[in-house]
Design a protein around this ligand. Structure first.
Ligand SMILES: C[S@@+](CC[C@H](N)C(=O)[O-])C[C@H]1O[C@@H](n2cnc3c(N)ncnc32)[C@H](O)[C@@H]1O
Length: 358
């Protein structure tokens, strides 16, 4: 199988390169309004933001920042297929304006926009990084009544374009091959994710230059787009990220054998993407191997402790719990080439040599 990945370095409020109704899935993490690191970004897009911030008018600044994002959401509505899914990773912001500490609920504002346009709202996911530091101190003192709750989670908001499910031919081989395991379904479709670790961060832990790039880009962990792609699209689909950053969504699409398209204002971020893509084969192997290994461990325990299973994987021979899982097939990246921000990858069936006898 072949996939293509295209990046446009321009403002995504105009995605005229893309036809209407051409995208199967959108996954993104925009600049978060009212988080200070994005003040200059929003002020550059609209001078009134700067003025509102200087005047200490938080509510006006918040609204103006969202109006900037909404230009992009409007384009997303145009390019997404009917029944296609939009996933938005967003955190709320807390901030002191003129000594008055307050919440700016970004997820509410974005949800309200999607509800008022041609989308159906679906249940969302809350995720937070695992923390077990014993001396963690959450902020604002021990004296009631003026302490504040600390925000430790982010949202993945999920919407479907239109009001009916996406239509896929009933015999689509790609759809059955893209199935996920029963135990993955239980974990991925839970409304709280507490196990998200920054896989992508491990890629370059020795590269200081990349670390500072990453801080500037506010990259999300690879596991987030990887799961969402596997949950809401099938092999060969087109995945769009209109706030591409360092290209984590494209990296996840490559590993998941989907096509991807990204829009990004800052061409500098291509450097970090190119560094990551050099390790794509190893990363792809690690993720596939870990998924299948995890399944084998799970299924052995299940058969021992719960009951025997009836079905067997066609491609990998291990037992699976349901009939929907029998066609699961993973792919490996074999090679890639690049031509002017356009990446082409070849993929072949992932071989899994597990010696356990079933
Ligand atoms: C939170 S970051 C995305 C990080 C990304 N998910 C990653 O893993 O690297 C948001 C990105 O959107 C870009 N951006 C903001 N407004 C944009 C616009 N209108 N069009 C294209 N890119 C934009 C910013 O330059 C920034 O890199």
């Amino acid at each position: 199988m072949k996939t293509t990945h295209r990046i446009f370095f321009k403002d995504s409020f105009d995605m005229s390169e893309l036809e209407s109704n051409s995208i199967d899935l959108m996954i993104t993490s925009p600049p978060y309004p009212m988080i200070e690191m994005w003040d200059s970004h929003f002020s550059n897009s609209n001078e009134e933001v700067k003025q509102a911030l200087e005047e200490g008018n938080g509510k006006i600044a918040f609204n103006l920042m969202h109006e900037e994002l909404e230009k992009v959401w409007k384009e997303v509505e145009r390019v997404l297929k009917l029944g296609g899914i939009a996933c938005i990773n967003i955190g709320d912001a807390t901030r002191k304006i003129r000594d008055n500490f307050q919440l700016f609920p970004n997820h509410v504002r974005i949800t309200s926009f999607f509800q008022n346009n041609d989308f159906t709202e679906l249940p969302c996911i809350l995720w937070r990084k695992p923390t077990n530091i014993p001396n963690k101190f959450l902020g604002s003192g021990m004296l009631p009544p003026n302490a504040y709750v600390t925000l430790e989670h982010e949202y993945i908001l999920i919407f479907r374009k239109g009001n009916s499910k996406r239509k896929i031919p009933s015999k689509s081989e790609n759809r059955y091959n893209s199935a996920f395991f029963w135990e993955e379904r239980n974990k991925w479709f839970s409304d709280i994710w507490k196990d998200i670790r920054g896989i992508s961060q491990n890629l370059n832990k020795n590269n200081i230059n990349q670390k500072s790039f990453r801080e500037r880009s506010a990259a999300f962990p690879l596991e987030i787009p990887y799961r969402l792609i596997n949950m809401f699209s099938i092999y060969g689909d087109k995945v769009l990220d209109p706030f591409w950053g360092t290209g984590t969504t494209s990296l996840a699409a490559m590993i998941s054998t989907r096509n991807s398209i990204g829009y990004e204002l800052l061409p500098d971020f291509l450097e970090i993407f190119k560094e990551n893509i050099k390790k794509i084969k190893q990363l792809n192997f690690n993720i596939n191997h870990s998924r299948l290994n995890h399944h084998v461990k799970f299924i052995n325990k299940y058969r021992k402790e719960v009951k025997d299973t009836k079905y067997k994987s066609i491609h990998y021979e291990f037992p699976v719990i349901t009939k929907q899982e029998i066609n699961i097939l993973l792919y490996s990246v074999i090679n890639y080439s690049e031509n002017r921000n356009n990446f082409i990858l070849n993929h072949e069936k992932f071989q899994f040599n597990n010696k356990i006898d079933y």
